[in-house]
Ligand binder design. Structure first.
Ligand code: NAD
Length: 512
């Protein structure tokens, strides 16, 4: 198996190369604070997206292994919930420090398995901690009500491939600091970063069973959705998987938070700072090969801004597409040959439906990595809302552009789209920005900011089809603490003498 614990002593020396691994080793699973070889009879091959060389095999965890992880998490819960918040926080701070020390190693593992550039992988950032705050109020003479936030028990997280460190880090700190135990299923396409995080958690002093890592695809997900011990599920990924997970998990009485797909629009007004707009949109549409849930994949060009398209195409063309470890690379490959084919067929469908492929990345291949999954930056213009390239999430380095006449037309178009993760407007006018801010139906709005992902003191607030359950359970920030805790309110009266009445009071207590 891949030697996670041994590697820990050489924290920064993870090889930063796409060279073929002579003898790929299997990915272990993590239970009872130990890395173990899986007894699986089904394995998922994991290939470097830049070369399609085998990196590792990921097990489809066996039923016995899945059960063992739940039992371990269940067994660890009573002692962990009774560990003081301060003690839990100390372990978390140590963990945060170790993540920082191992930043390069985590990023290298992401570049190798997921394909994004090394610099981008380093930005797969840590999402932080908030304090657990109950409240106390004196509600009557000698009487007070206190509210407590208590942990739920065993929780689980099901993660996507595109942020192999950041999304586990949306879950691990908040779930565990609040006193829960957590079983994490990384994406079967790039579990390496999660394995390193497990190793760092072990080093930081998390007790056995507080964090476990299991592997696999649908079968593992179904197990997590049905295990009665699991009280809450955090999911990030596609609509297809997420809607299913939300429905089945909720039907089983679990809390489910589920962030889903996106089609993020930028509205461009003629009065904006043109140079800022061109650079911001080029970065946000093509960075990470468009495989970000907050990528700006759709441009709504208001009025004469459509004349700027050739300049936009020039900037996109200047981006360097290459292996993620290569110096100066702006974007790497897409995750798999299947994804490459799907993206290219969506570009072709746009052509067939009458749109124009202004910049075509379909035939791009970097010299050094001819066998990777490559799509160069692509810009499709004259797109109409009924076209497949507009109705589907492409999740690749493809920008689709629509033309409208006015700000109100732009708002109407964006609001009609069924996704609502993020949006951005480019304008110098405060009044225009304010009209947009008020009327737009999207959860995260950028004003001259292309990817408005909120920092941890806020929350990740997708909207419409981009979040399950109407957005009641959002990730991290204060709502994240609420998701992972059960509220308890206790009203107590401690008094002797006068306050204790001699006769039963049958009226509804008013605390007066
Ligand atoms: P995905 O849905 O294919 O996989 C996510 C997880 O679900 C994986 O762990 C996978 O094993 C599991 N899974 C996949 N199909 C399943 C099924 N049919 N039944 C049960 N489980 C299943 O998503 P992905 O391709 O890894 O990630 C890309 C998607 O995630 C995009 O749609 C992107 O927009 C979305 N995403 C959203 C956010 C957000 O915060 N809104 C963030 C990142 C990614």
């Amino acid at each position: 198996i891949r030697p996670y614990s041994a590697l820990a002593s050489t924290a920064t020396s993870f090889p930063q190369t796409h060279e073929k691994i002579a003898q790929p080793q299997d990915t272990p699973w993590f239970v009872d604070n130990e890395f173990k070889a899986s007894q699986a009879d089904k394995w998922i091959d994991l290939y470097d997206p830049a070369t399609n060389n085998l990196v590792t095999r990921v097990p489809q965890s066996t039923d016995a292994e899945l059960r063992a992880a739940v039992d371990s998490a269940q067994k660890a819960f009573p002692a962990w919930r009774n560990t003081s918040l301060l003690a839990r926080q100390q372990i978390m701070f140590k963990f945060v420090g170790l993540v920082r020390e191992n930043w390069d190693r985590l990023a290298a593992s992401i570049t190798l398995e997921q394909g994004k550039t090394f610099a981008d992988a380093k930005g797969d950032v840590l999402r932080g901690l908030q304090l657990l705050k109950g409240e106390v109020l004196e509600v009557a003479k000698d009487m007070e009500t206190r509210s407590y936030k208590e942990p739920l028990g065993v929780t689980a997280a099901i993660c996507p491939f595109n942020f192999p460190a950041m999304i586990p880090l949306w879950c691990i700190p908040i779930a565990t600091v609040t006193g829960n135990t957590l079983i994490l299923k990384p994406s079967e396409r790039d579990p390496g970063a999660a394995m390193i995080l497990a190793e760092l958690a072990q080093k930081a002093g998390f007790p056995s069973g507080v964090i476990s890592i299991i592997h696999g695809a649908h079968h593992t997900v179904d197990f997590l959705l049905d295990a009665p011990e699991i009280k809450a599920i955090s999911f990030v990924g596609s609509n297809k998987a997420g809607e299913y997970i939300f429905t089945r998990g909720s039907a089983n009485g679990k809390r489910v938070q589920a962030n889903l797909g996106a089609k993020n629009h930028a509205a461009v007004l003629p009065d904006c700072n043109k140079n800022h707009f061109l650079n911001a949109v080029t970065g946000a549409a093509f960075g990470a090969a468009g495989q970000r849930c907050m990528a700006l994949s759709t441009l709504v060009m208001v009025g004469e801004t459509k004349e700027w398209l050739p300049e936009l195409a020039e900037r996109a063309k200047a981006l360097h597409v290459n292996g993620g470890f290569e110096e100066g690379t702006d974007l790497g490959p897409v995750i798999s040959p299947k994804s490459e084919q799907r993206i290219k067929s969506l570009i072709s469908s746009a052509e067939e439906e009458g749109a124009t492929v202004l910049l075509d990345g379909r035939n791009f291949k970097p010299e050094k990595y001819p066998n990777g999954n490559w799509v160069g930056p692509t810009i499709i213009t004259n797109v109409k809302p009924h076209m497949k390239c507009y109705t589907e999430e492409i999740f690749g380095p493809v920008l689709v552009c629509l033309n409208v006449e006015t700000l109100n037309d732009a708002i109407e178009l964006i609001n009609k789209n069924e996704y609502g993760n993020g949006t951005a407007i480019f304008t110098k006018s405060g009044a225009t920005a304010e009209t947009f801010r008020k009327n737009i139906e999207a959860g995260q709005v950028g004003i001259n900011v292309p990817i408005p992902v909120p920092l941890p003191m806020f929350s990740f607030t997708g909207n419409k089809k981009s979040i399950a359950g109407g957005g009641a359970n959002t990730f991290y920030g204060r709502p994240g603490i609420n998701f992972y805790t059960q509220q308890k309110t206790v009203t107590a009266m401690w008094s002797s003498g006068d306050a204790i009445s001699q006769k039963a009071d049958v009226a509804m207590p008013t605390h007066s």
